[in-house]
Design a binder for this molecule. Structure first.
Ligand code: NAD
Length: 445
């Protein structure tokens, strides 16, 4: 197994050998990753079931299926991504040509979280390998079966010198952070995100922070046939992915007071029909998180507003923890407003979310949300779906993190874009004329 330093040394050696720079190696690793996900599907399903009670349909939809799509996209785009791009040059540099050449960064460190413990561990590897890097992966200790699955399956399929899995909790995380890396992608909480950034600063290592936050769903009063579709998508977006334990899941709903009762009744009915059989739902990851969620409900002002729901829906207390902290579970606060347009100010007054969902037919409202709020993404009339679109960047802004990945954005995230300038010996102008000035004699500049 070896110490962290020894294993890191082996990875550095693998990178220095230059093999990861060839398209052939990158392609072979992506193919091997695809084989791992396809052939080990049963192993993935059972690990996800043991860690989170995930149903195999959910496990395929949110992890296995998404990975297969992403790997195929990378395989079909790799050549194009790797190709140097010619760029225009100004007349002042005539005659010359210039290109932007992507080069791998080197050894990258990935921290993944427990809620999509296979998907969020392997998705960044697709980008890191496409870009020709070697990878150290630190899965979350809170999904131990998935972490063990990764540690066992990865060396069986992939180049063992170019990807290593480090099992353990925060102390292993700290040990890894003491090392010098060429890039760190961290998926997790803002609290540990700060620890990662501080450690990375020591070595001037660039970081991507994929954090969480409170993603609002703004629900306008829409027609009755659309309400049914909206209710289904809202319920699926809240409870469907890992029972609400999802960074891009709906955290709370904003709705006009006059429409709130109708919406709540629709949501109740839809929850029953979609998830009345709770065997379809994932479970809360552990006892500690269960108690945390129970604590959110025990807040007296929250219980009062739950009990009075048919009389006064405006009671959801904005200062209580359920509205100041990320819920990350199956509880859904519903906040009522006089006018749906007030939702813009509501969202703007709070930290920037990873995603905003808007259910509406009002084009003016949609325009305002895009123009007047800031978030990692905005999705109209659906939830979560943006995560699976390879041509969109995935990442946060402000409190929800920074940096982005997925598709070509992952390739870019793990590449350095090197500026390459080519001139000829022909047509030599007197020195200094290119810059419009001639150095005066005796100048030291
Ligand atoms: P966490 O921050 O507690 O842990 C993440 C990782 O950091 C784990 O591997 C853990 O072992 C390690 N770690 C913990 N303390 C450490 C320390 N002091 N030093 C070094 N490493 C340490 O996160 P979590 O609770 O597992 O995940 C939940 C959070 O992740 C939520 O906020 C959620 O929104 C966010 N999340 C974000 C995304 C995204 O893509 N933006 C996806 C999933 C989850």
């Amino acid at each position: 197994m070896g110490t962290v330093e020894e294993r890191l040394g082996e990875m550095r050696e693998a990178f220095r050998s230059g093999k990861t720079k060839c398209e052939k190696w990158r392609r072979s690793q992506l193919m091997a990753l695809l084989a791992l996900v396809r052939e080990e599907e049963e192993g993935i399903f059972s690990a996800l079931n043991r860690d989170l009670g995930k149903h195999r349909a959910e496990a395929f939809r949110d992890e296995v299926g998404v990975l297969i799509k992403s790997i195929n996209f990378a395989l079909s785009s790799l050549k194009q991504w790797m190709a140097p791009k010619s760029v225009k040059v100004p007349l002042v540099s005539f005659p010359s040509s210039a290109t932007v050449v992507p080069e791998p960064l080197g050894v990258v460190l990935l921290f993944s979280s427990w809620n999509f413990p296979i998907g969020l561990a392997l998705e960044p590897i697709i980008g890191a390998f496409s870009a020709g890097n070697v990878v150290a992966l630190k899965p979350s200790e809170l999904a131990p079966s998935s972490a063990e699955f990764l540690a066992e399956a990865i060396p069986r399929y992939l180049d063992g010198a170019a990807v290593k899995v480090f099992l353990g909790g925060p102390s292993v995380g700290s040990q890894l952070l003491e090392q010098r890396w060429d890039k760190i992608l961290f998926t997790g909480s803002p609290r540990v995100g700060r620890v990662v950034m501080a450690a990375a600063a020591e070595h001037l290592t660039p970081v991507i922070l994929e954090l969480g936050g409170k993603c609002p769903a703004i629900v306008d009063s829409i027609g009755s046939s659309e309400q049914k579709v909206a209710a289904k998508r809202l319920v699926a977006g809240k409870w469907g992915p890992c029972c609400g334990q999802a960074c891009v899941g709906i955290d709370y709903i904003l709705v006009e007071r006059q429409f709130a009762s109708t919406l709540i009744d629709m949501l109740r009915r839809t929850v029953k029909s979609l998830y009345g059989d709770s065997r379809n739902l994932s479970r809360i990851v552990n006892r500690q998180h269960f108690m945390r969620l129970e604590g959110l409900l025990k807040d007296p002002s929250v219980s009062a507003s739950v009990e009075n729901r048919t009389d006064d829906l405006a009671g959801s207390p904005l200062d209580s923890e359920i509205m100041t902290e990320e819920v990350f579970g199956p509880l859904l606060p519903i906040i009522t407003l006089e006018k749906i347009g007030d939702s813009i100010a509501f969202v703007r007054d709070r930290p920037k979310p990873l995603a905003i969902y808007v259910f509406s037919n009002d084009e003016a409202l949609k325009k305002r949300v895009v123009a007047e709020t800031s978030s990692g993404s905005v999705t109209f009339n659906d939830t979560m779906i943006q995560f699976a679109v390879d041509t969109l960047p995935f990442g946060g802004v402000g409190g929800s993190g920074f940096g982005r990945y997925h598709g070509k954005f992952s390739f870019d995230a793990f590449s350095h874009e090197k500026a390459v300038m080519r001139r000829q010996f022909l047509l030599d102008f007197p020195s200094g004329t290119l810059h419009g000035t001639r150095p005066s004699s005796g100048s030291s500049g």
